[in-house]
Design a protein around this ligand. Structure first.
Ligand SMILES: NC(=O)c1ccc[n+]([C@@H]2O[C@H](COP(=O)([O-])OP(=O)(O)OC[C@H]3O[C@@H](n4cnc5c(N)ncnc54)[C@H](OP(=O)(O)O)[C@@H]3O)[C@@H](O)[C@H]2O)c1
Length: 255
């Protein structure tokens, strides 16, 4: 019986233990995919597996995406468990330093690039060989509105998110004629574990300024980002590659 757009497809979501990634994993699972979540924290992974409800077709892997060998091993076990990877959502990210360059510690710069950008590189590389064997594939890299127009005092994060758009275009052009599509999503602000501490720290007035920076005068919801991710992953987007889609309630309009 057909369940959804991703029936029987193996799809990997990095950082799927919380926030946008968890919502995406749930939605993919509901549409028939074999969903594999990658993350570092075992407790978070265990509750993510519970959140997907039905234990079949859902898998969690403790894997730090910045470690190339660990990623290679994980993708091998993913293939062994449910078959070659069709879809990859590079969603895992950190943002340890909200600073201009003079106040950015070298360690924070390196950690941010290692997870947000090299992590995506590692996963794309491991997935691409399986997708080539499969004869098709779709990758969605989660960038940010800060990956198109820099946020103030976010040097490392901005650079990692600009880099993801470069990675998206590079892979898109290299594999367009091999039936592998690669796109990016640039979300506006969404309330999640990543952003909650920032919102708390900034106080009510600045938070309201940030809300107003979105032309729709509200923050996004994880399910609104997930819906766009699923669209780009799906065959409905079969003629779309190398695109950075802004899902941001009009943040980019600067209205
Ligand atoms: N929320 C927003 O407003 C917003 C706006 C624009 C873009 N984004 C982007 O959307 C994506 C999801 O963000 P979110 O807000 O949902 O954040 P989140 O809830 O903090 O999710 C990020 C996930 O990444 C995982 N992760 C971090 N480092 C990892 C590593 N080395 N290896 C594997 N997994 C790792 C974390 O799990 P562990 O700790 O278990 O590893 C966590 O579950 C990110 O790429 C973010 O930059 C978010």
């Amino acid at each position: 019986m057909s369940i959804g757009r991703f029936d029987g497809k193996t799809i990997v979501v990095t950082g799927g233990g919380s926030g946008i990634g968890l919502q995406t994993a749930k939605d993919l699972h509901a549409e028939g995919a074999y969903v594999h979540i990658l993350g570092r924290n075992a407790d978070k992974l265990a509750s993510a597996k519970m959140a997907l409800g039905d234990g079949t077709r859902s898998y969690v892997h403790q894997c730090d995406v910045s470690r190339e060998e660990a990623v290679e091993e994980t993708f091998q076990s993913i293939e062994d468990l449910s078959g070659k990877v069709y879809g990859l959502v590079n969603n895992a990210a950190i943002n340890p330093s909200r600073n201009d360059i003079l106040h950015t510690q070298g360690k924070d710069w390196r950690d941010t690039l290692e997870v947000n950008l090299t992590g995506a590189f590692n996963c794309c590389k491991a997935a691409a060989s399986q997708m080539l064997d499969l004869g098709k594939g779709s990758i969605v890299n989660i960038s940010s509105v800060g990956g198109l127009n820099a946020f103030r005092t976010r040097t490392s994060y901005n650079v990692s998110k600009f880099g993801l758009i470069g990675l998206t275009e590079s892979m898109a052009i290299d594999y367009a004629d091999r039936n592998i599509r690669v796109n990016a999503i640039c979300p506006g602000y969404v309330m999640t574990e990543l952003t909650a501490p920032l919102f708390e720290k900034m106080g009510e007035e600045k938070f309201q300024d940030l809300v107003r920076a979105h032309a729709m005068r509200r923050l996004g919801r994880p399910e609104e980002i997930s819906r766009a991710i699923l669209f780009l992953l799906s065959e409905e987007a079969g003629f779309i590659t190398g695109v950075a889609l802004q899902v941001d309630g009009g943040y980019h309009l600067k209205g």
